[in-house]
Design a protein around this ligand. Structure first.
Ligand SMILES: [Zn+2]
Length: 159
């Protein structure tokens, strides 16, 4: 309850300061339902991380609109590491690549789970750059996924 109030307070202050666009409850519900409660980058379930955010795929600072076609559900980690970036470096080639766009691309075409379910594997430049930029395989996340696998919560299932 306290966390929810704090989050709402933070959101309203951020809006008052012009840092964050207003997102209606209806739009928030649409994006959450469309994502089936999963982070659209790392696929972590809302039932695990509790708090989710709406990411502007094209950042507001770059002119991205606050509309369904430019929003995706993201866990706080992915949203924070993505920040206002639209590209990342593909660690395999050193080249800059666009980040994964959940509205225009299919997750399965860029990512898959390692056999043990703990790491996100990618065979595309976009996928590798996204995994690197969003730090999707950082040790803390990999450790958590090992525990989630043991608990039967992972690999993710839609809610
Ligand atoms: Zn995520």
């Amino acid at each position: 309850m306290f966390a929810e109030k704090s989050r709402l307070r933070y959101r309203s202050l951020s809006q008052a300061w012009g840092l964050m666009a207003y997102i209606s409850n209806a739009l928030r519900q649409l994006v959450t339902a469309r994502a089936q409660g999963l982070c659209e980058y790392c696929q972590t379930a809302q039932t695990i991380v509790i708090e989710m955010e709406l990411d502007h795929i094209i950042p507001e600072a770059a002119g991205g609109a606050t509309e369904a076609d430019n929003l995706c559900l993201a866990c706080i980690s992915c949203n924070t590491f993505k920040s206002a970036f639209q590209t990342g470096v593909d660690p395999q080639t050193g080249a800059v690549a666009r980040l994964f766009n959940p509205r225009q691309q299919q997750w399965d075409e860029h990512f898959r789970w390692s056999v043990d379910g703990s790491q996100i594997i990618s065979t595309t430049a976009t996928g590798r750059a996204t995994v690197a930029r969003l730090q999707m395989n950082r040790s803390l996340a990999v450790h958590a996924r090992h525990l989630w696998v043991q608990a039967g919560w992972h690999p993710p299932k839609a809610i």
